[in-house]
Design a protein around this ligand. Structure first.
Ligand code: ADP
Ligand code: ZN
Ligand code: ZN
Length: 745
């Protein structure tokens, strides 16, 4: 029976289409309606221009601004049941907040197979079990040796096997089906993903007894599980935050609810997952880049149907639908990877806040180095501020010791006292981590005769010298070229690497400590999927070794035998133009330092710098991250920057600088006038060249909007995007709007 109580048969369907245009499109429904009537959230196949696309009905309406016979007709519906309501709500919120096309938002937020029009409901997986052992002389198998082999293989697995395991052995579906037809194998189907949570036997291993601080923090969260209850879990590295997540999730799942845990890109290592899977008997669904499209859809469906109790994923997992939302946890909430930097520029942590509020559930933001935004909310009482000041294990996090780089000879970036400390640590039988924020051999190549530097032809940047394999590479546009044998400018032969990257430090350390293994961990050394895991497994065995790595090493990893951390250069963020640079670089320093002395041995952290008198660095070294953030917040307030003001950044780029500049000027002139007529207090700065103006042979400009009132900023942005969408000149310039930008580059 068609159920038409949701909405009367509509005359018009408003459909969100995957295009950058910030509008929806009207269609006529056609004669065939989904069994339960038309509803928002039903995917449809529609003609769009010369293409056919998959869109989503977002409204059923009674009239259109166009006359009905001008409207095209929907070609067919793809969902008998609309896509999940909570997901649709989140997409609408996201599109509105980030001023992005709703159609594109929906498209980005759904699994690839749904974008392609594949069905969501009714995904099953097949399970095959042998009913009999193959008997010699069985006539049913006489002419089918492969079927006989398949039956023998299945017979070795009395509980049966799922299709992928069988197909991986080189058998086919046809062979399986033939055995079923012959009555030798039985096939059962079950829902594609995890089984429903069995709440009785939730834990596979007992929870750790909490220390006093942990128990207090967890108690505070437990006090309100049925309301929006945002908490900032501010705990030093190794203080047992993850243990709190585990026990909170246990409580949520025991109530028949689901938990969504977001982790940074780097955090979703097998190591982290392993810890969750060991603890819980219910399946932990992990959304990571290693899944194929079909596994991704299965996970989505399992979450949407409520069968998956625990969902762990990186940034985009915030768009996972939940049938019974119980809690959202964001681990390392300050981490930059939660912000998507192109296309739909959303911040998963901020969406987590909105989503938890919508569902009226607790929200837990955890970090050793919370963002200034979250600290500000905590200070204002918007978030409950929970502290863990002590490590769960024996040793307190180490202080930072500053080492003055000025006038000292360097080897692979390291000065003598650092090398001495490394030697002592290795001699004592411990491990050392050397952190250097630059991959490759050296930041660039220079001619000592004429001063030539290896510039990128396409960017305002230097090319990095690599040795493995040898090349010059631009880390901004990925352009590569061969290392010249002589100076391209003066033909002199005295070309020298300038500065140090991971490869050079690795080489130096290998020469200084020939009997100690040196492991380099950066994007180049870990391109193979399991390379990082393998190296870390090696390191975990505990023999003395040297680890040289970029920020890939800084976060999340538990390296119990590291007793010394050396930071080759702490200066990158100190005098950068970006207003968040100092916040981000101090977070990174503290996270790197947190790798030292995690278990057996007290740690030491040496930080090399050209600016040992820098007040921020000194404050961080002497008193730690928290007092520094107070200082940084005071500076932000004085400078009228976030979190005291709201920002949006319009970026414009074009191969012709003039085209981008003209459009930027016209857009800002229009906007300033509009703001004045509407008496809105939004400041509009620019257009000005981006910090790196030329990138990939395109000129980058930006306009910064800021306001003390978010609603006013949003009104200004809406006016700006509407104007740009309708401006013919804007079609020749690439532009984008970034609400709450994380960087001004
Ligand atoms: P964080 O997430 O804050 O870095 P973890 O939860 O990973 O901290 O804890 C760090 C280490 O301390 C882990 O090895 C963990 O097993 C251990 N640990 C955490 N809580 C406790 C506890 N209450 N008792 C004993 N060990 C604990
Ligand atoms: Zn030269
Ligand atoms: Zn380049």
């Amino acid at each position: 029976m068609p159920d038409s109580s949701f909405c009367p048969p509509p005359r018009v369907l408003r459909v969100a289409i995957p295009t950058p245009l910030r509008r929806v499109f009207d269609y006529r429904p056609g004669t065939d309606a989904p069994p339960r009537g038309w509803q928002p959230g039903v995917r449809v196949q529609v003609p769009f221009g010369r293409r056919r696309v998959v869109g989503v009905v977002v409204e059923c309406a009674s009239h259109s601004d166009l006359s009905l016979d001008q409207l095209k007709t929907v070609e067919g519906w793809l969902d008998a049941e609309p896509l999940p309501e909570d997901w649709l709500w989140l997409c609408r919120f996201t599109a509105r907040y980030y001023q992005h096309s709703l159609g594109d938002t929906l498209h980005q937020a759904m699994p690839v197979l749904l974008r392609q029009g594949r069905p969501l409901a009714g995904r099953v997986r097949k399970h095959w079990r042998a009913l009999a052992l193959p008997q010699p002389g069985d006539t049913r198998l006489q002419r089918a040796p492969r079927q006989a082999e398949l039956l023998a293989m299945l017979a070795q697995h009395p509980q049966g096997l799922y299709s992928p395991a069988i197909l991986a052995q080189g058998f086919s579906h046809t062979q399986l089906q033939a055995l079923v037809d012959k009555g030798l194998v039985v096939c059962t189907e079950e829902p594609a993903a995890a089984a429903p949570p069995a709440t009785e036997q939730l834990l596979a291993e007992p929870a750790l007894p909490l220390n006093r601080e942990q128990a207090q923090a967890l108690g505070a969260i437990h006090a309100r599980l049925d309301a929006f209850h945002p908490c900032l879990l501010h705990g030093v590295t190794g203080s047992g935050k993850t243990e709190i997540y585990l026990q909170l999730i246990e409580a949520i799942v025991a109530r028949g609810r689901q938990a969504l845990l977001l982790v940074p890109e780097i955090g979703l290592t097998p190591q982290t997952l392993e810890r969750f899977r060991r603890r819980f008997r219910v399946p932990v669904v992990a959304l990571h880049s290693g899944l194929n499209d079909s596994e991704r859809l299965d996970a989505w469906e399992a979450a949407a149907s409520g069968r998956a109790a625990i969902i762990v994923g990186t940034r985009s997992a915030i768009f996972t639908p939940l049938a019974q939302p119980g809690v959202i946890i964001v681990d390392e909430e300050h981490d930059g990877s939660f912000k998507q930097q192109e296309g739909l520029r959303y911040h998963a942590r901020d969406l987590a806040v909105a989503r938890a509020k919508h569902h009226a559930i607790p929200l837990l933001l955890g970090s050793a180095t919370p963002s200034l935004e979250s600290l500000y909310h905590a200070a204002r009482g918007n978030y409950r501020h929970l502290h863990l000041t002590r490590r769960a294990t024996r040793h307190a996090p180490a202080r930072l010791e500053l080492l003055d780089l000025r006038g000292r000879p360097r080897q692979g970036g390291l000065i003598p006292p650092a090398i001495e400390a490394i030697r002592e640590t290795l001699t004592a039988g411990h491990q050392v981590l050397v952190f250097i924020n630059r991959r490759g051999f050296a930041p660039t190549l220079a001619c000592h005769a004429c001063g030539w530097l290896a510039d990128c032809d396409h960017c305002d940047a230097r090319m990095t010298l690599h040795r493995q394999p040898p090349m010059l590479a631009c880390h901004h546009c990925d352009k590569r070229r061969a290392v010249p044998a002589a100076c391209p400018n003066c033909a002199g032969a005295d070309l020298r690497p300038l500065g140090s990257g991971t490869e050079r430090t690795e080489e130096t350390l290998a020469a200084l400590f020939p009997n100690i293994p040196v492991y380099r961990i950066d994007r180049d050394s870990t391109r193979r999927r399991d390379a990082l895991e393998q190296t870390l497994a090696q390191v975990k065995r505990g023999e003395p070794c040297l680890l040289v790595g970029t920020q890939m090493l800084a976060k999340g990893h538990h390296l119990p035998h590291v007793a010394l951390v050396v930071v080759v250069n702490a200066d990158a963020g100190l005098y950068a133009s970006d207003f968040r640079a100092l916040e981000h670089s101090s977070q990174l320093l503290v996270q790197v330092a947190g790798r030292a002395g995690r278990a057996a041995h007290p740690g030491r952290v040496l930080v090399q710098t050209l600016h040992p008198d820098d007040p921020h660095l000194r404050l961080l070294a002497a008193h730690g991250y928290d007092p520094l953030t107070e200082q940084l917040l005071a500076e932000r307030r004085a400078a009228a920057l976030p979190p005291f003001r709201f920002l949006a950044l319009l970026r414009l780029e074009s191969p012709q600088e003039e085209a981008a500049m003209t459009l930027g000027r016209e857009a800002t002139a229009m906007l300033r006038q509009w703001l004045a007529t509407h008496a809105l207090e939004v400041s509009c700065l620019g257009p000005v060249p981006a910090p790196m103006e030329r990138r990939q042979n395109r000129y980058h400009l930006q306009v910064m909007l800021s306001s003390a009132r978010r609603s006013q900023l949003h009104a200004g942005c809406a006016q700006l995007t509407a104007w740009l969408e309708n401006c013919p000149a804007a079609r020749r310039v690439r532009w984008s709007l970034d609400i709450d930008p994380q960087t001004l580059s």
